[in-house]
Design a protein. Structure first.
Length: 222
């Protein structure tokens, strides 16, 4: 795995729930995804993430909530900065994926190409176009729910722990705005990420996604 990294930091790459319960179906979700990938080349938002573990016999399901900020610059540059309850970061500079836990003073790095395919980040932040997504995912439009247009992305490879990703978009006068991300892993753990204050195509540059391990940090290369 990725060293001694807190579960909330890893949940983004391992877990979230599938859209359900709506009474109608349509292809708007797929159109929204295509529009989002085509027109939103950079983005910035705040997020709240709720991770729910499967309930054990005789017990209620346990949840953990975190919050922070998210930025991306296509292709292959993104960062999730967790601020609560612990300071943690996931940063991709185009070549390397960095995981940084401030409290543990630990940094883990891996080649981005080895870990990106089939992840939520590949869907919302890395892909250059819809064709690139369809090479790695089966894309299925889902019914509208909670006022959002949904599409489900199921990884074509069965090697990872990720079972499915559902992405919810809000229609605006600027196009399709990322609103929610739901992930379900093969162990039944769910993670729901809700985005707010989303900025479409802010002026970001590649240099802002560079990461330098802090002095004295324990650096693990994998």
């Amino acid at each position: 795995m990725l060293g001694v990294v807190r579960p909330l930091l890893l949940a983004f790459f391992a877990t979230i729930s599938i859209a359900s319960g709506a009474q109608t179906t349509g292809a708007e979700g797929l159109k929204s995804l295509e529009n989002f990938v085509k027109t939103t080349k950079s983005g910035r938002a705040a997020f709240t993430q709720v991770v729910t573990s499967p309930a054990k016999e005789g017990q209620t399901a346990k949840t953990k909530t975190s919050s922070g900020t998210f930025e991306f610059l296509r292709p292959n540059r993104f960062k999730f900065i967790y601020k609560k309850p612990f300071e943690q970061s996931i940063v991709a500079d185009g070549q390397t994926l960095w995981l940084h836990d401030v409290d543990l003073n630990q940094v883990t790095s891996r080649k981005l190409a080895q870990v990106l395919n089939g992840t939520p980040a590949a869907v919302i932040a890395a892909a250059a176009d819809l064709k690139a997504l369809e090479a790695d995912f089966t894309l299925t439009p889902l019914p509208e729910r909670a006022g959002l247009q949904w599409v489900q992305a199921t990884p074509k490879t069965k090697e990872g722990q990720l079972q499915s990703i559902s992405v919810g978009f809000k229609a605006t006068d600027k196009g399709s705005e990322l609103a929610m991300l739901e992930i379900l892993d093969s162990f039944g753990q769910k993670s729901v990420m809700t985005f707010s204050q989303f900025e479409v195509n802010p002026a970001l540059n590649a240099a802002s996604f560079q990461f330098k391990p802090p002095a004295g940090a324990d650096v693990i290369k994998q």
